[in-house]
Write a new protein. Structure first.
Length: 204
């Protein structure tokens, strides 16, 4: 897509306009809002990790939905403008240095909700982009297995295609309840969906 076509699509996108009007940093905020309304993601939660958080719209939604007493941790390789009440850790969440910082902030507590709206930088080579999308989702699932409370939840974006069925199988091995969602704010032509896992199985 050319930059001119991209700008035209953005200007005509109702969710882009709603994000600007609502003060959200990206239209993706409305995907999380719908997911929460359907699956009550934030209910009973007080500790949230947002993987690949920049520019921060999902952390904004989490902050609004959970109130001031909750702890929200945003992690990303890229810098992110501060959000009041959100702890931001810059770095790769696979690296010990970042995980040690998170562990210190959590003070021994587990996490109630892990969010991942991560997507690869698209190369235009479909098989490669698909493989990288699934890989990012697998990383989020591995993170959740280590950090989630037994009753916790995981939300992960992934593209449908090669590797999706295997990832779905791993979700079902890990969580008692698994749902596949495509929010209205997801563009109809996009292959993206969200996997929602609820409550870890024993030994997951």
């Amino acid at each position: 897509m050319s930059s001119k076509s991209w700008r035209a699509r953005q200007e005509s996108d109702p969710y882009v306009r709603k994000a600007r009007e609502s003060g959200y940093r990206a239209r993706a905020a409305f995907k999380l809002i719908e997911l929460d309304e359907r699956d009550r993601l934030f209910e009973g939660g007080s500790r949230v990790v947002d993987l690949g958080a920049a520019p921060g719209s999902w952390s904004q939604v989490a902050r609004e939905r959970l109130g001031e007493d909750a702890r929200i941790f945003a992690l990303d390789l890229l810098p992110m403008e501060p959000i009041p009440g959100v702890d931001f850790l810059i770095g790769d969440f696979r690296e010990n240095e970042v995980l040690e910082q998170l562990e210190e902030l959590l003070q021994g507590s587990k996490v109630d909700l892990v969010l991942s709206d991560m997507a690869p930088n698209l190369s235009g080579i479909a098989p490669s982009d698909q493989a990288r999308s699934v890989y990012l989702a697998e990383l989020a699932l591995d993170f959740a297995r280590s950090w989630l409370d037994i009753s916790g939840k995981l939300v992960v974006k992934v593209f449908q295609g090669a590797g999706f069925d295997e990832l779905l199988t791993e979700f079902r091995r890990t969580f008692k309840t698994v749902k596949i969602r495509k929010p209205a704010a997801s563009r109809s032509e996009s292959r993206e969906v969200y996997l929602v896992g609820i409550s870890l199985k024993a030994g997951a």
